[in-house]
Design a protein around this ligand. Structure first.
Ligand code: ADP
Ligand code: MG
Length: 402
């Protein structure tokens, strides 16, 4: 993979263009002049392949129209000034030579971590003025953090002429989140934000980052993919993620493979037999990861055959596996899935890390309204905050807007 990392200023049809005028104007008011450019990077939903990206496995995200927009100018000194329209505290000012893992706090650690990761990799990045504005809901499992990282990485790449490819930028952004912010995420979110293309899902092998853009034209088939943001985030998520990760590593070690991705689906029963001494948890985790990798393969085959409706049952199976084997769902996500399925959806599952956040629901376009209403009513009847429901329109990845 080579070539330019962004395709130059966005086209007339790019909705980010008009929005970027506002962000640029806010930048001028904040910093007095500029910006040199404006970039955008989207959030994502994952169609299938959950908790597989730290097992060298397969994922299938698509980018959302929701995105982080960054107006950026280079500075000649070592000062990094960061501002977010969504954060009331004002400008955060940092010395880039003093950045080190763990030194960042709060939201600014995400963009600062990118500057740190670029410099740690030997790229000649100087200070910068940055103003961010994002429409990606935060903490909803839709990768607002990756959007923030990738948009800053792309902006600095373009401004400094670093010549890094989108996957290279994604890897640096992941490094920022892992090592600088301290969140042990896989590579899916950053790759989705950097590499997705309009009208496609991204079939990604997280071992070697090889990828294929798979046509995912829902509208042409009279279908819709709804995102249901439950607006809950249960606190136990962080520790549970690390625990699942460690359990998967234990399983891979016990099976003598580099990662669980190396267990073919056909060998799953034998592998589970060999894990008899490892305890029930590790076996459940292994069963989820190996079967979800297989569900990605099945989904690809269905999409390639143009049989989008048949993806529905695969999503439902994936949800059951996340709920029962990995145990990362929660009552609110289960309620979305059961209600949607009972009211005529083709398929549904939680997406992202779980313990709250969002679910996706595949529906006939003609049923979208009724299914949405059923889910909203079920939430109201359970005394829950109303969920946020919107269609996932497969959108383009990170790019320069102006
Ligand atoms: P997700 O990536 O699923 O939305 P994370 O917990 O990984 O959830 O990332 C959310 C964090 O990213 C927020 O708590 C905040 O620190 C940062 N963030 C995301 N969007 C913005 C924004 N527009 N402005 C400032 N910080 C943001
Ligand atoms: Mg995140």
């Amino acid at each position: 993979m080579s070539g330019p990392t962004s395709e130059g200023p966005g086209s007339e049809g790019d909705p980010a263009v008009s929005e970027s005028g506002t962000v640029a104007e806010e930048f001028r008011q904040l910093y007095g002049a500029g910006p040199e450019g404006v970039w955008a990077a989207p959030g994502r939903v994952n169609l299938i392949g959950e908790y597989t990206d730290f097992n060298d496995g397969f994922v299938m995200p698509l980018a959302l129209p929701h995105r982080a927009v960054a107006a950026v100018s280079r500075r000649t000194d070592q000062v990094l000034r960061l501002h977010s329209a969504e954060v009331p505290e004002g400008v955060v000012q940092l010395d880039i030579t003093a950045l080190e893992p763990g030194s960042g706090t709060g939201w600014a650690a995400y963009p600062a971590g990118v500057v740190w990761a670029l410099r740690a990799a030997g790229h000649p990045v100087t200070g910068a003025d940055v103003h961010l504005s994002s429409t990606v809901p935060t903490g909803a499992g839709l990768s607002s953090s990756a959007a923030l990282e990738v948009v800053v990485a792309l902006a600095l790449n373009d401004l400094h002429g670093l010549g890094l490819t989108p996957p290279e930028l994604a890897v640096l952004a992941q490094r920022a989140e892992n090592a600088f912010v301290g969140v042990p995420c896989g590579i899916m979110d950053q790759m989705a934000s950097a590499c997705c293309t309009e009208g496609h899902a991204l079939y990604l092998d997280t071992r070697d980052l090889s990828q294929r853009q798979v046509p995912f034209d829902l509208a042409a088939q009279g279908l819709r993919l709804l995102v249901v943001d439950t607006r809950v985030k249960h606190a136990l998520g962080d520790g549970a993620y690390a625990e699942r990760r460690a359990g998967c590593e234990t399983g891979a070690r016990a099976l003598g493979v580099r990662a669980l991705r190396d267990i073919p689906y056909g060998e799953l029963p034998a592998a589970l037999g060999r894990l008899a001494g490892q305890g029930e948890e590790v076996r459940r985790y292994v069963r989820h990861v190996v079967s979800d990798d297989h569900r990605v393969e099945r989904t690809i085959a269905l999409l390639d055959a143009g049989d989008l409706r048949a993806v529905g049952p695969v999503l439902v199976e994936g949800h059951a596996s996340l709920r029962d084997d990995l145990r990362v769902s929660c009552p609110e996500l289960d309620l979305v899935v059961s209600t949607a399925m009972a009211s005529g959806a083709l398929g549904a599952r939680m997406t992202g890390g779980g313990f709250g956040g969002s679910a996706i629901v595949l529906v006939e376009e003609s049923d979208a309204e009724a299914v949405t209403k059923s889910v909203e009513e079920a939430f109201a009847a359970a005394g829950l905050t109303a969920p946020r429901v919107f269609p996932a329109v497969p959108s383009g990845g990170a790019h320069r807007v102006r």
